[in-house]
Write a protein that binds this ligand. Structure first.
Ligand code: CO
Length: 296
């Protein structure tokens, strides 16, 4: 009995010793490793659209229990607008990373919730580069790729978009996805996605607000294929301003108005891609890769 008590005490002492001197102190420094996740989105000022961020937040926490999750928003216009209209103070990437460093984080996986690796993503990469290995701050920062960054992503996203089309859409009706588009070279992901959509469904199209392919090129194809009824859907993470106004707005010049003027019957769906589980899965896989890339 005495022996048992003494060995118990010995083990307890050993455990206390380990707790006081964590074995996994990072890179030989005396600070213990603390890993965090930073999710980065463009942002939206539309409250209904903000709820999809809550869903993503929950899915990330479920996938990585025990790892703190923070958010940052890259659009200063959106951050200012939300502060003015909702009184909520959202972080920029710089602010969030500086706060995480202050709070003792040593390793951060930053996950881009952008759609393509365009200007926003490259700006994010530059910002992160300034924090990676900052003396006394974050030791390691890794960056998860946006939604579309490989052939495999394009295939998965094409599947996800088609799987989430409304059941009422018949096979003779077109589905037109409105992407943001950009003049950055990464715009090529939109025609790339178009290729995989057509492999699966000849009446599924992608058009963009900026860059290519524009709506008039999509419309030429609709006419060639004798389409009468068109479903318009956002190919953006949230159904924000572009989806509500440029796509589905009643003003002349919106995609809905342009197609109706050309004689098409038009139905609109106001659901952003971040509301689809299969799309969030792609971001989650990229986050997983970013966490794995953090040096141990
Ligand atoms: Co825009």
């Amino acid at each position: 009995m005495l022996f048992r008590t003494r060995s118990f005490l010995f083990i307890l002492a050993a455990l206390l010793c380990l707790a006081a001197h964590p074995a996994q102190a990072g890179h030989g420094h005396d600070r213990p490793d603390k890993t965090g996740i930073l999710l980065v989105a463009f942002g939206t000022s539309i409250p209904e659209a903000q709820t999809v961020f809550d869903t993503i937040d929950q899915r990330v926490r479920n996938a990585h229990p025990g790892t703190p999750v923070r958010w940052a928003f890259t659009s200063s216009i959106i951050r200012d607008k939300i502060e003015r209209t909702q009184g909520e103070n959202l972080d920029s990437v710089q602010q969030a990373l500086a706060d995480m460093a202050d709070q003792g984080f040593t390793r951060v996986a930053v996950q881009s919730l952008h759609t393509i690796p365009g200007q926003e993503f490259h700006d994010l990469r530059a910002t992160i580069g300034a924090f990676d290995g900052l003396p006394g701050g974050l030791e390691d920062v890794s960056l998860g790729m946006p939604l579309l960054s490989s052939d495999s992503d394009l295939r998965r996203v094409a599947d996800a978009l088609l799987a989430n089309l409304p059941g009422e859409r018949s096979g003779s009706e077109a589905a037109v996805f409105m992407g943001h588009g950009t003049h950055h070279p990464a715009n090529v992901y939109y025609p790339g996605l178009q290729y995989y959509l057509w492999e699966r469904d000849p009446l599924a199209f992608v058009g963009v607000v900026e860059g290519a392919p524009p709506l008039n090129e999509v419309e030429t194809k609709l006419a060639e294929r004798g389409v009468e009824r068109v479903w318009l859907l956002p190919f953006m993470s949230v159904a924000g301003d572009h989806a509500r106004n440029d796509m589905a707005g009643d003003e002349p010049g919106s995609w809905k108005s342009v197609l109706r003027d050309k004689g098409y019957e038009v139905e609109v769906v106001l659901t952003g891609t971040a509301a689809y589980d299969q799309v969030v899965n792609v971001w989650l896989d990229h986050l997983h890769t970013a966490l794995e890339r953090l040096p141990r």
